[in-house]
Design a protein around this ligand. Structure first.
Ligand code: SAH
Length: 354
């Protein structure tokens, strides 16, 4: 039994079954035993691989997309270039390198990183030292200036709650104990006003997921962009409206039981982009765009061809495979999506449309 397993078992024994959000929060963020507090989960040696770790093209094109948005908004100076959950700093390093030649962009930018993990903060510090980043625990403390922000695979790591529709309201999925083992169950049914709009498109037995922290963060970013200018590019797996159980655990690049070893596996859920877009008002939002389509519009094929000219053998094969992995609908091209937030009355960032 992991130390966190013992703590959670004791908590449930003392206070009763806990919502999934409490379980997910403890597993990922416990300061001593939480998944993100204790390791670098990314890359081949870690538990999962993300798009910026697959190819430099991902960060390059997102950086250029934000730089063009900045130019389209009149190149305000100074401005905050920010990332939520920057992982190893790879995406931001690629974005910064690709934008070196955008006139005025580097001179005007201040780099801000929102990250809770001490070990990942250290990696980011090494990688991005030349740009003297400022770290934040939440987006609430980002400076009051135009904000150009990227979040890749950030929102999927925030704690969700799950509700199952019942003829008499909704039953929450909670974690209790059975023979001292963690065991998911359902609470008694009750009406939930915040889910009234889901009575239209669900039937008894269906599961919907909510993520209050994600909505809070989208609200803060939307208000920031609407007040000070800027834009946010949110890339993640998910859909326009949550439906079904998408809670999952990944360890060593394979799916695993989320309740087997708390704190040892990455826990995620699909992102409900409609909830983010609604929370971000009064900022405008783009249409939800599949990752493959978005990167095709940003010119990934031309960029891939240019990079291919300098490669041969295994390196060329790996590059072609990475291009396919990012864009092909059977790989990351359609399960991953992009949502852009931007000020009302401004054009949407390149590659997105309203
Ligand atoms: N964006 C990176 C890393 C994705 S992993 C990439 O694409 O490779 C998720 C990242 O979000 C990690 O850096 C993790 O430490 C961070 N994170 C997770 N929950 C967070 C929270 N509540 N607040 C701030 N950062 C968080």
């Amino acid at each position: 039994m992991t130390p966190l397993h013992r703590l959670l078992t004791a908590e449930i024994a003392a206070t009763g079954p806990m919502p999934l959000s409490r379980y997910m929060q403890a597993c990922l963020q416990h300061p001593e035993h939480g998944y993100y507090a204790t390791r670098d989960p990314l890359g081949r040696a870690g538990d999962f691989t993300t798009a910026p770790e697959i190819s430099q093209m991902f960060g390059e094109l997102l950086g250029l997309c934000l730089a063009q948005t900045w130019l389209d908004q009149g190149a305000p100076a100074p401005f905050a270039l920010a990332e939520l959950g920057p992982g190893r700093g790879t995406l931001m390093a690629d974005a910064l390198r690709a934008t070196t030649s955008v006139p005025g962009f580097h001179a005007a930018l201040q780099l801000h990183l929102v990250e809770t993990s001490p070990s990942l903060r250290r990696l980011q510090a090494d990688r991005l030292a030349a740009h003297s980043p400022t770290w934040h625990a939440t987006p609430d403390t980002l400076p009051a200036m135009p904000l150009y922000l990227i979040a890749n695979e950030f929102f999927d790591a925030l704690p969700i709650r799950q509700f199952q529709r019942d003829p008499n309201g909704w039953r929450e999925r909670v974690i209790g104990l059975s023979d001292n083992a963690l065991c998911p169950g359902l609470s008694a049914p009750a009406p939930i006003a915040a889910l009234d709009h889901r009575l239209e498109d669900t039937r008894p037995g269906d599961i919907v997921e909510t993520c209050a922290p994600a909505q809070g963060i989208a609200q803060a970013i939307g208000a920031h962009v609407a007040t000070h200018g800027g834009a946010a590019l949110i890339v993640d797996y998910g859909d326009w409206r949550s439906l079904g159980d998408t809670f999952q655990a990944v360890r060593d690049h394979a799916a695993t039981d989320p309740f087997a070893a708390p704190g040892m596996a990455d826990l995620t859920a699909h992102v409900d982009f409609e909830a983010l877009a609604r929370a971000a008002a009064p900022a405008a939002h783009s249409r939800l765009t599949p990752q493959g389509v978005f990167f095709e519009r940003l010119g990934i094929t031309q960029r891939a061809q240019t990079l291919a000219q300098g490669l041969t053998g295994d390196a060329l094969d790996a590059h072609v495979a990475a291009y396919r992995r990012l864009t092909h609908p059977g790989e990351m091209g359609s399960v991953f999506k992009t949502l852009a937030l931007f000020p009302n009355g401004m054009p949407p960032p390149p590659g997105t449309e309203t």
